[in-house]
Design a protein around this ligand. Structure first.
Ligand code: MN
Length: 258
């Protein structure tokens, strides 16, 4: 029987995964496989150097799920390579508790799970909630994830393409609409914290205030969220800068000559 595969990077116990499952099971049977711990900001990992363990578990509403000791992208790879009796019809990852906009998508485990599916030709959606403090309106994101998944069952996305969806953390009736967007400009405030461990050795911690972004740049994901619009960005796996190919041929094409 066709099914949707649901996963996330916040871990199997995250409230966003439960909300996603409760929203998506209304449109098609779902199967849930998610990491047994938080893999946020772990990017697109593939576990090759150790075995992967998968254990049956239950979500907070008692429904069956699997937890895996690998990354979100490993969960998707398992499903695509035959863990279940058939391949998922679509992969939906989330609902992440914070936005994944602009260059966040290169760090995001949520988006990486969708990338793993897109690379293998399976329709994929990454869903994140733009929570400032504690995420509240998972139901809003769940509703839009379900509406979009329903439509995507009819549509055909180009190959190597996923949809990166970010939803304002507001009640459903406060959403002003949907914007098809491009990635915006994220601004990170990372700092390097250097401290000493109890044995006198230095350790380092990268951290700082939550990232900001350019809210003015119309048509971007960051702009959409600032205007209470659900942002849908089509993301292609090809990161080539095509505009630069000709120029680099001119300036670097003679590298072979000494
Ligand atoms: Mn996360």
């Amino acid at each position: 029987m066709p099914f949707l595969l649901l996963t996330n990077d916040d871990g199997i116990d995250a409230p966003g995964l439960l909300a996603l499952k409760q929203a998506l099971e209304k449109i098609m049977p779902v199967r849930v496989m998610a990491p047994d711990r938080n893999w946020s900001v772990a990017g697109h990992a593939k576990t090759l150097h150790r075995p992967l363990r998968v254990r049956p578990t239950r979500l907070a509403d008692g429904s069956a799920a699997y937890k895996c000791d690998g990354a979100p992208s490993d969960c998707v790879a398992l499903a695509l390579l035959g863990f279940f009796d058939e391949r998922p019809r679509m992969v939906i990852s989330g609902i992440n508790s914070n936005a994944n906009v602009g260059s966040d998508i290169t760090y995001s485990g949520t988006v990486a799970a969708a990338m793993e599916a897109a690379l293998d030709g399976v329709p994929a959606i990454a869903v994140s909630l733009d929570a400032q403090e504690q995420a509240q309106h998972y139901a809003t994101a769940g509703e839009y994830a379900a509406r979009l998944a329903q439509r995507l069952l009819q549509l055909r996305l180009p190959s190597d393409t996923l949809l990166n969806v970010n939803v304002p953390d507001v009640a459903l009736e406060e959403i002003r609409g949907v914007a098809i967007t491009r990635g915006g400009k994220r601004i990170y405030y990372d700092q390097l914290i250097t401290r000493q461990d109890p044995y006198g050795h230095p350790y380092y911690w990268i951290g700082g205030e939550r990232p900001g972004g350019d809210h003015e740049l119309e048509g971007t994901d960051i702009w959409a969220l600032a205007h209470h619009l659900v942002s849908i960005t089509p993301v292609h796996m090809d990161m080539t800068n095509y505009a630069l190919i000709n120029e680099l041929e001119q300036t670097l094409g003679d590298l072979a000559r000494r």
